[in-house]
Design a protein around this ligand. Structure first.
Ligand code: IVH
Length: 653
């Protein structure tokens, strides 16, 4: 977007904010200024007309700090805590202020950078041609202004565009030399990124060499000496759901959206772990190309060439002649995106002809010949009735927003994750507040912002409890995680969650033991760990005064039968942090028995500083060692064996 357009967009937003103010609301009442409402450090957007240069400079600094914080969460940790729309709004305000106050903006305008996804754990590689981001638009008017600017600058009366879905994943540059895949690098800071070649090679649909023959054209494909092909790595919705089910069974918090999962996966150090999560790739662009004449002369030709080389590319690009057709094509992507199995958050409009693209050029951040149109996420307002704490089986306490039920994206929403205590404080979310709820990545409901205008006078800042609501142990906060934990392994709620998980169908699968039975057994002190299940007698399963019947017999039989099921199910059932069914299968194959696994040592997992068991990354390996370093867990294994548990070693694959 041209600088002046940014200012115009900004002023339009301000005008809307003022109108809302006049109507008796604060600007924060508007979902448009949700980002501000969502952050304690960010009051309502500042009006450049009323700001003094020193206020502007202060506001610019605050916005940069805020954006850097969210960049860190998004790019490095893949755990964003605000919606993309809220983040975009922060950036737009910063751009507007930087343009209005160039002197105040001084050095290092973050708004003109593309972020930085380098993780620090990979070798880095310098792109031959910079990897850019895209300017964004949110309204039809902004898209038409883009077209008008291009026509004016190029002196044309009508232009051809290609409209594609905007894939919501991680940008990647894959280099082919004489047709052979030699390197895959993330965008990084635009100039250099992480070399993730080994991980990208695990993507099954990605050919390791470009196809030489082009049957469609009845000829050979052109084969550049070197070409950097640009695209996106993503995870399909179906794979996202499968992996989250696995995470849940490993006691890990679910990934909040497919984009974070794709990013987190691509940055894994063990390619075997990456291979287990079915990443996908799509190509839509071209960076450096040698010789230059080998570069296709239009976006349409590039997409055809990518397909002819045998690479996954945009399935159904829309070609649009002029602004009306371009806007219709963008709307069509918006209508159809519900049917895609890949996550998309917008459409990308690209000028078709490369010669014209070159006339327009690029800025440090984005090409001037393309623009992204972002679809606005559906958002509803509802009241936060209370904040409850969910205790996981590893003791982590996750605050959950209990909401007045409300319909969002076709389903009723009554709960949303609040991530962690720090996030509640930082955003000053209070019980009784009216909040805006969105679906992150179209799936998981999140509290996107607070409507402070509707805050009652008695609303009190939320105070995170100092003790576990279940066992009253003092909570401990781990510096690395920002999560509060109940450190008491014997906390009854943790025991219940661990036993429930162990007995669940995905793990050992004891039919007839549901949460209600587990609650009773733990509350009566009959079950303190999973081995105790195998000590249960008929009388333990009866309510006082009741007679043993068929259901008691069935339950005892189910417990007995579970002694002979696959080993990996037990390993999964222990709920070792980061160990889900996939790692459990790999561990079962490697160790073959409960006692052998319990005796495992550092050197079984790591050799020459690398992980030694395919499918068990560094995190799970350390978690297994830490788990069996606890004498209580060793005792449980000894008891299981003594009670006749003899898992089989077929891994059920
Ligand atoms: S073209 C030089 N086309 O969106 C322009 N980008 O928010 C390069 N993206 O950095 C980008 N789908 O990672 C292009 N069909 C598409 C895209 C796409 C997703 C990503 C890309 C870009 C980001 C900007």
């Amino acid at each position: 977007m041209a600088p002046r357009e940014y200012v115009r967009v900004y002023l339009r937003l301000r005008l809307l904010g003022c109108l809302i103010l006049i109507c008796g609301f604060f600007a924060e009442a508007s979902p448009l200024s949700a980002a501000s409402a969502g952050s304690a450090a960010t009051p309502a957007p500042a009006d450049p007309h009323t700001l003094s240069p020193s206020d502007a400079s202060e506001r610019i600094d605050a916005l940069r700090t805020e954006i850097a914080y969210h960049d860190e969460l998004y790019f490095k940790k893949s755990t964003p805590v605000i919606s993309d729309a809220a983040y975009d709004q922060l950036k737009r305000e910063l751009v507007a202020l930087e343009l209005a106050f160039p002197a105040a903006a001084r050095d290092g305008a973050v708004a003109t950078e593309v972020g930085d996804d380098r993780a620090g754990s990979f070798a880095t590689y310098r792109h031959r041609m910079r990897m850019l981001s895209l300017n964004k638009s949110y309204t039809e008017k902004e898209l038409r202004a883009f077209d008008a600017r291009l026509m004016k600058q190029l002196g044309r009366r009508e232009l051809d565009y290609v409209v594609e879905p905007k894939f919501d994943g991680l940008a990647i540059s894959v280099t082919f030399e004489k047709g052979k895949l030699i390197r895959a690098v993330t965008r990084g800071n635009g100039a250099e990124g992480d070399d993730v070649t080994a991980n990208v090679r695990t993507i099954s649909a990605l050919a390791q060499a470009l196809r030489a023959a082009n049957p469609a054209a009845g000829a050979e494909n052109s084969m550049p000496d070197l070409v950097e092909l640009r695209g996106e790595i993503y995870i399909s919705y179906s794979e996202f759901e499968r992996i989250n089910r696995e995470r849940e069974s490993a006691g890990e918090p679910p990934f909040s959206n497919p984009r974070n999962l794709a990013a987190g996966t691509l940055k894994q150090l063990d390619p075997a772990v990456v291979a287990q999560r079915k990443l996908k790739i799509v190509f839509y662009g071209c960076g450096a190309c040698e010789p230059a004449q080998a570069r296709p002369e239009s976006q349409q030709a590039l997409l055809r060439q990518l397909r002819a080389w045998g690479l996954p590319t945009v399935e159904s690009p829309r070609v649009a002649h002029g602004a009306d057709a371009m806007w219709r094509a963008v709307q069509a992507v918006g209508r159809e995106r519900g049917k895609y199995d890949f996550p998309t958050d917008g459409a990308v409009v690209k000028l078709d002809e490369v010669a014209l693209q070159n006339q327009l050029g690029v800025t440090l951040q984005a090409p001037l010949w393309a623009i992204a149109y972002k679809f606005s996420p559906e958002r509803v307002e509802t009241q936060l009735r209370s904040i409850t704490l969910q205790i996981g089986r590893t003791g982590v306490l996750t605050p959950v927003a209990e909401l007045a039920p409300v319909k969002l994206g076709g389903s009723m929403i009554a709960r949303a994750s609040l991530f962690n205590a720090d996030e509640i404080m930082r955003r000053d979310i209070r019980v009784g507040d009216f909040v805006y709820v969105e679906k992150a990545g179209e799936i998981i409901p999140v509290v996107a912002a607070v409507n402070r205008a509707r805050r009652g006078p008695d609303a009190k800042p939320y105070v995170f409890p100092a003790v576990c609501p279940s066992c009253q142990s003092a909570l401990a906060q781990s510096v690395a995680e920002a999560a509060w934990r109940c450190p008491n392994m014997n906390c009854p709620t943790q025991i219940k969650r661990r036993v429930e998980h162990f007995a669940s169908a995905g793990c050992v699968g004891i039919r007839g033991i549901g949460p209600a039975t587990v609650d009773k057994l733990v509350e009566r002190g009959l079950v303190k760990n999973v081995a105790d299940l195998y000590r249960l007698r008929a009388e333990d399963l009866l309510s006082p005064g009741a007679q043993a019947g068929k259901s008691t017999d069935r339950l005892l039989t189910a417990i007995e039968q579970s002694k002979r099921i696959e080993l990996w199910r037990f390993i999964d059932g222990f709920g070792i942090p980061q160990v889900g069914p996939v790692a459990a299968r790999a561990l079962a194959r490697r160790f073959g028995g409960l006692a052998e696994l319990a005796r495992s040592r550092q050197e079984d997992f790591f050799q020459d500083g690398r992980t030694a068991i395919s499918g068990v990354g560094e995190g799970p390996a350390r978690a297994v060692l830490a788990y069996f370093a606890q004498t209580g867990n060793q005792e449980v294994i000894r008891d299981l064996v003594a009670l006749g548990v003899r898992p089989t070693t077929s891994d059920g694959l």
